[in-house]
Design a binder for this molecule. Sequence first.
Ligand SMILES: CC(C)(COP(=O)(O)OP(=O)(O)OC[C@H]1O[C@@H](n2cnc3c(N)ncnc32)[C@H](O)[C@@H]1OP(=O)(O)O)[C@@H](O)C(=O)NCCC(=O)NCCS
Length: 329
Amino acid sequence: MGLINTPMAGAHLNVVSGNFVTSQPLGVDEGVDYFHGGRVRRVDADGIKRQLDQNNIVLISPLGFSVTGESFSVSSEEVAAKVAVELQADKLISFCSHQGVINDKGEVVPELFPEQAEEYLSRLEEAGDDSSGTARYFRSAIQACRGGVPRSHLVSYREDGALVQELFTRDGIGTQIVRHSAEQARPATIDDIGGIMDLIRPLEAEGILVKRSREQLEMQIDDFFIIERDGMIIACAALYPFPKEAMGEMACVAVHPDYRSSNRGDRLVQQIEDLARSKNMQKLFVLTTRSIHWFRERGFEPVEVDALPMEKQRLYNYQRRSKILMKSL
Ligand SMILES: CC(C)(COP(=O)(O)OP(=O)(O)OC[C@H]1O[C@@H](n2cnc3c(N)ncnc32)[C@H](O)[C@@H]1OP(=O)(O)O)[C@@H](O)C(=O)NCCC(=O)NCCS
């Protein structure tokens, strides 16, 4: 709409469509003839780019044309994924009925790697949902991600403003499927102990972190979470559970000095909080001597020793006098 009293007045945008998708018939599968059902054979990315270069909006319908001149109905998700890959798009955004992927607790899962997404997809399929919009868009998001599109978003068309919220808030409101980056956040394994020690020894020497022996680390390694970059551990944090009190301690939070101030600390807090929630913990606490404000800015509030689980109170070191900060989850 370009009427004089609208914000788009005089914009003269052209919406262009064309035979950008070449298709081939699905043919006959297990005795079923799919007639005019087709699949994408190739996408004319150069043709699309020429239109985009002229500031045209390219509208691609789920229709493909074969070399022999026939038309085929192709799935719109397949077209979207293949076009995104061929254009080397930054993002593929799909609108489905659900607000992305919903976990067993009914919450939206904000981010998934393609292999995690596949697990969810196979669960959906097992539950008999292999043809809903969500399942189909999910499949194309995985396909696009594997083809080199860094991010694919799934948001709901039912929620007003969903797109804006997904793109312009830190966690978004739908689900995004992301490619593995050179940097990977994951639970630690026994092979990571050397790397964790390299990271935390200088901080222990400065008295910023409490000293941990190799044996202690070996025993606690399953509680550790790390960020690895090009084979080096550049950040770590641990979550020690206190199940009786439904509490968790976030400990040994460290980011390598060369990699600070790029939100990695934030990412660690987020990961540990998610992990704590998934273990039904209601409160998370941290003992710190130097990073009090850093944790306060992330929603932790100062509390006294008696707020700690009994076992932790007994171990509290009155000489070190760490500040205790707590957050309800
Ligand atoms: C605290 C720490 C984990 C933050 O890591 P990070 O990756 O730099 O964190 P983020 O990028 O998410 O946040 C950076 C912000 O926090 C601020 N910040 C960093 N350390 C801080 C501290 N000790 N106190 C207050 N603010 C701090 C930075 O100035 C930056 O602020 P800005 O965005 O306004 O510039 C890191 O500095 C570290 O490893 N410190 C030593 C270990 C430690 O103290 N651990 C806590 C005890 S368990």
